[in-house]
Design a protein around this ligand. Structure first.
Ligand code: PRT
Ligand code: ZN
Length: 298
């Protein structure tokens, strides 16, 4: 019975946990997360959620222990390279690139160092938690350097005399700056991603995955999109529609008791900035409302 349930691996506690659970909940999954439980049965769908460390997710997916996993591209790449090197199963399917967990894997050197190109790192020591990704990049660039594998606190390695440079994840850049380091070269851009094990034999499970994909795409689209409503002069409808970012077929409705004014409703696939609203107003628009959209199904 439980064999039939779809298994999804999610980071237990970390930067991707809340956003991932938020996506799943918005997809209609009723999840009662209890902090110390490894597995949670979704109440209203045939799905089990496994809460694990992010580093374990690629292996669980590639080995087929779980059907789906939410994890960063950075971890996916690193573990794939590592497993491939040791002849282990390293296949997976990337289903959806998600809009959170954005970061980059970058090489940084100290602010006193002059960096003109990656070739400057020839013969140096570079500390990283991503030895396989870094190793591949250095090979591609034809640079030979010693990779110092650290599992944490990579940013202090140069100050501690353990390395000349580092290769680590960066999002705001604050950590690098606080440690007197400068980001020199981006080797990978990453975000959270939904991955699937290479083969799903069971048709029912594949159907459930397909339904979930449609819902996740709907959640992603809805997050970016806005519903715009406004009143506008009937003779300015075309000009106003031109201003609405990414909206394809707006609805134009008559307004009771007015020949000159109409109501325009549109879904915009992009952020609506104050500047756009001001331009709408200049064209005679009034009662302009921009509303969030909860769900979308094309
Ligand atoms: O316990 P577990 O192993 O599950 O978690 P973890 O501690 O290994 O990972 P976690 O929760 O820190 O990160 C999970 C994922 O979030 C990463 O694999 C990335 O895909 C993504 N992510 C996005 C980041 C960052 N941004 C990020 N800034 N992961 C780590 N950082 C760290 C970075 O290593 C550095 O120490 O934040 C620091 C830099 O941040 P800035 O903002 O100062 O540049
Ligand atoms: Zn981790």
């Amino acid at each position: 019975m439980s064999e039939k349930r779809l298994k999804i691996a999610v980071q237990k506690s970390g930067r991707l946990s809340d956003a991932t659970l938020d996506v799943l909940k918005r997809c209609g999954l009723r999840i009662n997360q209890s902090k110390n439980k490894l597995i949670t049965h979704v109440k209203n769908m045939s799905i089990d959620i496994l809460f694990v460390r992010d580093d374990d997710i690629p292996g669980l997916v590639m080995e087929g222990v779980v059907d789906l996993g939410f994890v960063g591209d950075n971890i996916m790449q690193e573990v794939s390279l590592q497993r491939a090197k040791f002849g282990e199963q390293a296949e997976f399917r990337q289903l959806i690139s998600l809009d959170y967990g954005n970061c980059r894997l970058s090489i940084a050197t100290t602010e006193e160092d002059v960096f003109t190109s990656i070739k400057d790192l020839e013969g140096t020591r570079i500390a990283t938690s991503y030895p396989y990704s870094l190793g591949r990049y250095l090979d591609e660039q034809g640079v030979s350097a010693k990779i110092v594998h650290l599992t944490g606190s990579v940013e202090v390695a140069p100050r501690a005399g353990l390395a000349d440079a580092i290769c680590d994840l960066v999002s705001t850049g604050v950590t690098l700056e606080a440690n007197g380091l400068r980001e020199d070269e981006v080797i990978l851009r990453s975000s959270a991603t939904l991955v699937q094990r290479p083969i799903i034999e069971d048709e029912t499970r594949q159907e459930l995955i397909d339904r979930l994909i449609v819902r996740i795409n709907g959640v992603m689209q809805a997050k970016e999109s806005k519903y715009i409503m406004l009143h506008a002069p009937a003779d300015k409808v075309d000009a106003i529609i031109d201003l609405l970012p990414g909206s394809e077929t707006p609805t134009v409705l008559p307004l009771a008791g007015s020949e000159q004014q109409v109501a325009i409703h549109a879904v915009s696939k992009e952020t609506v900035f104050w500047e756009t609203m001001e331009s709408l107003k200049q064209l005679g628009g009034s009662s302009i409302l921009v509303l969030p959209i909860e769900k979308m199904l094309a």
